[in-house]
Design a protein around this ligand. Structure first.
Ligand code: SF4
Ligand code: SF4
Length: 219
């Protein structure tokens, strides 16, 4: 295998890991996906953008000397000596379906939300969603905000969500928290509820708090 790799790779510290049960020795600078490829194993399932934004490469990770098993993204997990990694291939599809155009006005959103996501108000605050989220989103709070009809605030919490479905899989109440987040963001945009930071910025501009540089104008 050595001749397949460049000298700069070989100069790096090598670590021993197990990925999907395969014993692999690879440079510590590689992610779990890259380490698999480095060792000559092909992997197509559960691999997407490689930059942590597509949510495809969900993995279970256990570090040496630590009994805790964590959920992370394979493309964002740098390998360490003694690490064990297992790719998760699912998901359980969500059973929540809706069409935004069937919601006639913003007055109806809350009622419709509880029809589409009747489980949301049954959140048992187990924090399984928060513990599983590789983006460290306060998922449980997002669900609670949406259940109260505070969709703009709920949607803002889910901005970093990559739809990896880990929270959906972890939820014992079948709430599909990531879809609650997506619904919140969609209705906020659909009914033109502007984001609060944009509103604050525009208010600041109106009060003359910020200078506007219009092209061609001298400052
Ligand atoms: S909120 Fe859920 S779907 Fe989104 S990144 Fe976190 S665990 Fe993944
Ligand atoms: S996993 Fe489900 S029930 Fe548990 S806190 Fe999250 S949304 Fe609530």
């Amino acid at each position: 295998m050595a001749d397949k790799h460049s000298m700069s790779e070989m100069d790096q510290k090598l670590v021993n890991v197990k990925i999907d049960g395969k014993a692999i020795t690879a440079p510590a600078s590689l992610s779990a996906i890259q380490a698999l490829w480095y060792a000559g194993y092909s992997r197509i399932k559960s691999v997407g953008c490689l930059e942590g934004v597509c949510g495809s490469c969900r993995v279970l990770v256990r570090r040496a000397g630590n009994s805790e098993v964590r959920t992370q993204l394979g493309c964002q997990t740098l390998i360490e000596e003694g690490m064990q990694v297992m790719f998760l291939v699912f998901p359980r599809p969500t059973h929540h379906t809706y069409k935004l155009e069937e919601i006639s006005s913003s007055w109806e959103v809350q009622t419709k939300f509880h029809k589409i996501f009747p489980e949301a108000s049954r959140c048992r605050e187990c924090r399984g969603c928060n513990a599983s989220c590789p983006k460290e989103i306060d998922v449980m709070k997002g669900v609670a905000l949406a259940a109260k009809g505070r969709f703009r605030e709920a949607g803002e919490l889910f901005v970093e969500c990559v739809m990896c479905d880990l929270c959906l899989t972890a939820c014992p109440e079948l709430i599909a928290p990531n879809h609650v987040g997506l619904f919140s963001r969609r209705v906020t945009a659909y009914f033109h509820t502007r984001p609060s930071n944009l509103i604050r910025r525009l208010e600041g501009l109106q009060r003359g708090k910020f200078k506007v540089n219009v092209e061609g104008e001298t400052p």
